[in-house]
Design a protein around this ligand. Structure first.
Ligand SMILES: CC(C)=CCC/C(C)=C/C=C/C(C)=C/C=C/C(C)=C/C=C/C=C(C)/C=C/C=C(C)/C=C/C1=C(C)CCCC1(C)C
Length: 719
């Protein structure tokens, strides 16, 4: 006969070890907090009950099988509490890693009142049953123990739970429960513990598995998962609150002793203070990210929770502004003038409001360009908005206290009046901009204006360089518009070719463009990484110059991959980012009589042009990647893995293109590659320790991945 301790050694500890290894690369202080918190609750809630159940003789253990007891409870049983809590909590953290709780919070403060009342009903028959000794006693005691906790947890977390992906709830409940059923059945058959005949129903779910035991492990595991969900939900709420009120100290990562009261405060937040609007903006942003960028959506899971929140907000801003600028240009071209103000001006005005110190700079630039300056302009159109802008300028002229030291991150607190103004201004903007602009405004304390202005310059460049791009909408419509369009289309393309006036003439032009639209995003991300370090409040330590430079290079590398991927798609929108100086390359194929860098030629000879330029663009991309990859290790812990994963998922596309002539391959397949790459970043290099080592390994992995890619693409028969 084996002992109770052997059950642990043989059956319960090995899965814990596996879960430990799987969750190790991303376990953080929150996971440790959840574990410690739940362990304390589990022991406090279960030990008295267990002791009482043993006292009533409902279950028993041969005393020679256990090492020691405490309050009649074997120490191995205490170990069991710890083990089950560890197993379920770490499985929960692995399964729910991709889930972003802040965007799934209930939109309004809601409690699961009905559910929690229903969960109390089973208590009515069970209270009397538990006092007497019958076949129902054990069942009744289990219900009596679990129902109040279940009810309370449902009250707190039911509405949030219902918004989570099913698998996040079911897998961590059912998988450990099923495993423990097997272990329990085995232990009972081996006589390690016994369930008294007098107080059990005697119904076996499976040979050796008593109904009561099955019920117990199911319910205890459900409690653990509900407890974990309640914690995730409360942490997420605190994160959202700390974004909304950076000076109210909602931070939960700095000091564990501070975490408990902060979570309690978030849980008890009055309904009118609940950040409903922010949550709905975040949900929108999360949906957009999922739809628009697989690479970043996958990698997002590896960032610390707070970092993920900041990055998602910035992503939403970049996405919305990019789309908006295109859309406005389309309107302006389509309707001869459109709605007056161009997309870029709308964004610049808003930035002028976010960063008052920019007002004069922007005004000057716009004045030169002939458009009404954001500041002192005469009140034509958008009256309310202009008033706010003007008001702010006068304020500033009056006290001027915000001058100086403004081009750093960590700007001073935005006072409430200012943020009310900005919120009111945002409401005057086109509705598709409002959510992401509100999110952006919350980032202003952490983000200097330069990278954002660079981004806007990139948009401006696109507009100036590709005026025909405004036909984007028409293009799609025209293509769908039926056969008659064919000839007109040809004609248009010819015109286009003649009109083509390359804005990107040299490689340097290309790099400058990439620096503006993507390098600047890298820089902005670096500031947001710095802002997501655990610390009570802004200001935070700004990133080093070296980091900023390499962030720029990384952005350039990723954008070059983008451009290499989209050569044909861009041409369809009348755009080409291939430097015109590349046209005279000696390897120009004879079929490309015309300038192969123009959209028209790319469209008429896509294969040749892609074969000509894609490798060259990718070589350039990998050059910039190699330059900046080593400094990924300089990033703060909260963001290192996420940044590495995002970059790797993106660059893996570059490798695939380099090695599969059949690109584009099916999107399901590229997603699978990205998932593998992200998993590789998470699990492979870390296991080797030494950072230099892991990068060498990384480089070899790239080659391997590329070869695997070409093999697989070949076997899929996609040319
Ligand atoms: C932090 C703040 C302010 C807010 C945050 C949000 C919030 C409110 C969170 C609240 C979380 C709560 C309240 C979580 C509660 C979780 C519980 C009660 C888990 C019980 C698990 C019980 C467990 C694992 C029991 C295990 C028992 C075992 C293994 C017993 C096994 C057994 C053996 C071996 C022999 C046969 C008998 C028996 C079945 C008893």
């Amino acid at each position: 006969m084996s002992s109770y301790a052997e059950i642990h050694l043989r059956y319960t500890l090995p899965p814990c070890l596996v879960l430990f290894l799987l969750s190790y690369p991303f376990s953080n202080s929150r996971h440790h907090f959840a574990l410690l918190f739940l362990l304390s609750v589990v022991i406090l809630c279960t030990a008295p009950w267990d002791s009482y159940v043993i006292h009533r003789g409902i279950w028993a253990y041969p005393s020679n099988n256990v090492m020691a007891t405490l309050f009649r409870i074997p120490v191995e049983e205490f170990a069991f509490f710890v083990i089950q809590t560890y197993m379920t909590t770490s499985l929960y953290s692995i399964i729910t890693k991709p889930t972003f709780h802040p965007s799934l919070l209930p939109p309004r403060k809601r409690r699961g009142t009905l559910g929690s009342l229903l969960l109390l009903i089973p208590l009515l028959p069970c209270i009397p049953l538990s006092c007497t000794t019958s076949h129902w006693t054990y069942t009744a005691l289990i219900v009596l123990w679990s129902a109040p906790f279940l009810s309370g947890l449902w009250y707190v977390s039911g509405p949030h739970l219902l918004r989570l992906p099913r698998k996040d709830v079911l897998i961590p409940i059912l998988l450990p429960a099923a495993y423990l059923w097997l272990v329990d059945g085995h232990a009972i058959r081996s006589g390690i513990w016994t369930i008294s005949e007098r107080t059990k129903l005697g119904w076996e779910l499976a040979p050796g598995l008593e109904l009561e035991e099955g019920l117990f492990f199911l319910l205890s595991n459900t409690l653990l998962v509900l407890g974990n969900i309640a914690l995730s939900q409360t942490f997420a709420l605190a994160d959202v609150l700390s974004l909304q009120h950076p000076h109210q100290n909602w931070h939960t990562d700095s000091n564990p002793l501070h975490t408990l009261p902060t979570l309690l405060a978030a849980l008890l937040l009055p309904a009118q203070d609940y950040p409903s609007t922010l949550i709905s903006h975040l949900s929108d942003a999360a949906v957009t990210l999922r739809e628009k960028s697989k690479s970043f959506d996958l990698a997002a899971a590896l960032f610390g929770d707070r970092c993920r929140l900041l990055l998602l907000s910035y992503y939403a801003f970049c996405r919305a502004t990019d789309d908006f600028v295109d859309e406005r240009q389309g309107q302006a071209q389509g309707q001869g003038g459109g709605e007056g103000e161009g997309g870029v001006e709308v964004i610049e005005r808003f930035l002028g409001l976010c960063y008052p110190e920019l007002r004069f700079e922007l005004g000057k630039e716009e004045g030169e360009g002939g458009t009404a300056p954001a500041g002192e302009g005469e009140g034509e159109g958008e009256g309310a908005a202009k008033d706010y802008m003007n008001g702010k300028v006068h304020d500033k002229a009056a006290n001027g206290h915000e001058n100086g030291n403004t081009h750093k991150a960590n700007r001073p607190t935005q006072d409430r009046m200012h943020s009310e103004k900005v919120e009111a201004y945002i409401l005057t903007l086109p509705p598709q901009l409002q959510p992401s602009f509100s999110l952006f405004y919350l980032l202003v304390p952490f983000l200097p204006p330069e990278p954002v202005l660079d981004l806007v310059k990139g948009y401006e460049f696109d507009l100036a360089a590709f005026p025909v791009a405004g036909t984007k909408g028409e293009d799609v419509g025209g293509a769908r518009g039926g056969e008659g369009a064919g000839e007109a289309e040809e004609e248009r393309k010819k015109n286009e070719n003649e009109q083509w006036n390359p804005a990107i003439k040299t490689e340097q032009d290309l790099i400058q463009y990439c620096q503006r639209v993507a390098g600047s995003v890298g820089v902005a991300c670096t500031y947001l990484f710095a802002a997501s370090q655990p610390q009570p409040q802004p200001p935070c330590t700004p990133p080093t110059q070296e980091l900023l430079e390499n962030a720029t290079n990384m952005g350039i590398a990723l954008q070059l991959v983008n451009i290499a991927r989209d050569i044909e798609a861009d041409a369809r929108m009348g755009r080409s980012y291939v430097p015109s100086s590349w046209a005279s390359s000696p390897s120009s194929p004879s079929s490309c009589q015309a300038d192969p860098t123009t959209p028209a030629t790319i469209l008429s000879h896509p294969k040749e042009c892609i074969a000509l330029f894609r490798p060259r663009l990718l070589t350039l991309a990998f050059k910039y990647y190699a330059l900046s990859a080593p400094s990924l290790h300089l990033l703060p812990t909260q963001s290192k893995q996420g940044a590495r994963a995002a970059v790797a998922a993106y660059m893996s596309m570059g490798l695939l293109m380099r090695s599969c002539p059949g690109w584009p391959v099916r999107s399901g397949w590229t997603t699978a590659v990205k998932v593998l790459v992200v998993l590789g970043v998470l699990y492979l290099p870390l296991s080797l320790g030494g950072e230099g080592m892991s990068w060498e390994l990384g480089a070899r992995n790239w080659e391997l991945a590329g070869q695997l890619g070409s093999l697989a693409a070949g076997s899929l028969g996609e040319k």
